[in-house]
Design a protein around this ligand. Structure first.
Ligand code: SAM
Ligand code: SF4
Length: 426
């Protein structure tokens, strides 16, 4: 989400004469797009700000702006704490950014953190530049209504608002015309797309509309909430050939007691039933997820239930996090915090198990033929990098001119973090 917002910020700044630089030391304008999902992400913001403050000493004209979730949360406090910051923009205020930067050029400090009401919601979805790229994000919704007990997102990104299907299709069509091969439809909970907008299609129908756009060869989406993934959406994996066989479906825990306290709206058994339906509709689908360890009240038995759920799903990959109390959330009021040592121990045990599963799954792909979208040169520069439909990173020898093509690749080696392959037909 933040990568996508940063792309939009770059597009907006180009519109008022700025150009992007990879060297912060060279910049006349620094915009920090922030995340507050866990305390560590928030602390990093203050680390970066210290660095930019020092830069500004040697370059007094430097304009510094802070946006995103920390800006939304801190608002005025941020301007007070950091007098060298020129502008603070919240998660609903990207459309005001050009005006704010222009004001800062004239020496005016400003702050905009109001949430937009339904009337103005279309301002929430500025396009990123349509030029270039092989794979691009397209935002379909903003915000979240779920209020999971641990999560700050609904507090800093506001209520769920879906973009009109016509606008989504318009942006995908423009990207396809600019040569983009793959789009990822983006939202905090794409499965509830359209729930609050009478007249808009649901997410399954939105996928069908996007699949009709010529030129786009592959569609992905993220993130899915298990409680809202419908049989109609699961069917899409069987019926839409362009839909990549991958789903990110965070469980967060395998314990019914913990899931209830997290306010997730499903049990472990209900989650597993949806996983089984996905595997039935799309044999070979790659499932990834998120898991939190050390949520208040999680004891060893509950943690074992998480490990058991992982064993059953056999995730291709898993993002795992130590629970971090966030201000203003329901869980921040819970007193039965798990000790730091226990949280750390559980995270390490979980990650050892997941690493083994990931390696086994990657090894089991040796000998298979995968359709790989070539994204460009690999990080070492001597081969190509691409992704399978299931979103597994793959390196293979080949000519850089193949970037943007979906090719049949025979997998010859499965390593911990990457597959190695050979192109069958170029
Ligand atoms: N909307 C998405 C969902 O529900 O799956 C993703 C939300 S969040 C940006 C990404 C992940 O961060 C969550 O799935 C969760 O695992 C993790 N997360 C959120 N709040 C957290 C917290 N307070 N402590 C630790 N991890 C957290
Ligand atoms: Fe946070 Fe839950 Fe919403 Fe995801 S669904 S953004 S975890 S509140």
């Amino acid at each position: 989400m933040n990568v996508s917002d940063s792309e939009k910020i770059v597009t907006l700044m180009k519109g008022i004469g700025y150009r992007q630089t990879a060297d912060a030391g060279e910049a006349d304008l620094v915009l920090l797009n922030t995340c507050s999902i866990r305390a560590t992400a928030e602390q990093r913001v203050y680390g970066h700000l210290g660095k930019f403050k020092a830069m500004k000493k040697g370059k007094p004209g430097l304009i510094i702006g802070v946006g995103g979730c920390v800006a939304q949360q801190e608002g005025e406090k941020l301007l007070k704490k950091a007098p060298f910051v020129n502008l603070v923009f919240g998660t609903h205020n990207l459309h005001l950014l050009q005006k704010m930067v222009t004001a800062a050029e004239a020496g005016k400090r400003s702050i905009e953190t109001d949430f937009l009401d339904d009337e103005k919601r279309f301002d929430l979805f500025p396009h990123a530049e349509s030029e270039g790229g092989i794979t691009r994000f397209v935002t379909v919704m903003q915000g979240c209504d779920n209020f999971c007990a641990y999560c700050i997102v609904p507090h800093v990104r506001g209520r769920e608002i879906s973009r009109s299907a016509a606008k989504v299709v318009e942006e995908v069509t423009a990207l396809a015309a600019a040569g983009v091969t793959e789009v990822t439809l983006l939202g905090q909970n794409v499965n509830s797309y359209g729930f609050r907008e009478p007249g808009e299609p649901d997410f399954a129908d939105l996928l069908r509309l996007v699949a009709q756009v010529d030129g786009v060869e592959r569609i992905r989406f993220t993130t899915s909430h298990p409680k809202d993934i419908s049989p109609r959406l699961i069917e899409c994996f069987a019926q839409i050939p362009k839909l990549a066989p991958h789903i990110h479906l965070p469980a967060q825990s395998g314990s019914d007691r913990v899931l209830k306290r997290m306010n997730r709206g499903y049990t472990g058994a209900e989650y597993l039933a949806k996983v089984a339906a996905l595997k039935g509709a799309c044999p070979g689908i790659q499932i990834t997820g998120d898991m939190i360890v050390g949520f208040p009240g999680e004891d060893e038995a509950a943690f074992q239930e998480t490990l058991a759920l992982m064993e059953e799903v056999r995730y291709a990959d898993l993002f795992s996090f130590i629970y971090s109390a966030r201000p203003g959330t329901k869980a921040a009021e819970y007193s039965d915090e798990v000790t730091r040592a226990e949280k750390q121990g559980r995270l390490e045990r979980l990650q050892v198990i997941q690493k083994k599963t990931t390696l086994q799954r990657n090894e089991s792909m040796v000998g298979s033929v995968q359709r790989v979208l070539v994204e460009g040169p690999s990080s070492s520069g001597d081969s190509l990098f691409g992704r399978t439909g299931g979103n597994r990173g793959t390196v293979m020898p080949g000519d850089p001119s193949l970037a943007g093509r979906v090719l049949e690749v025979s997998i010859v080696e499965g390593l911990q973090t990457i597959l190695k392959g050979e192109i069958l037909h170029a």
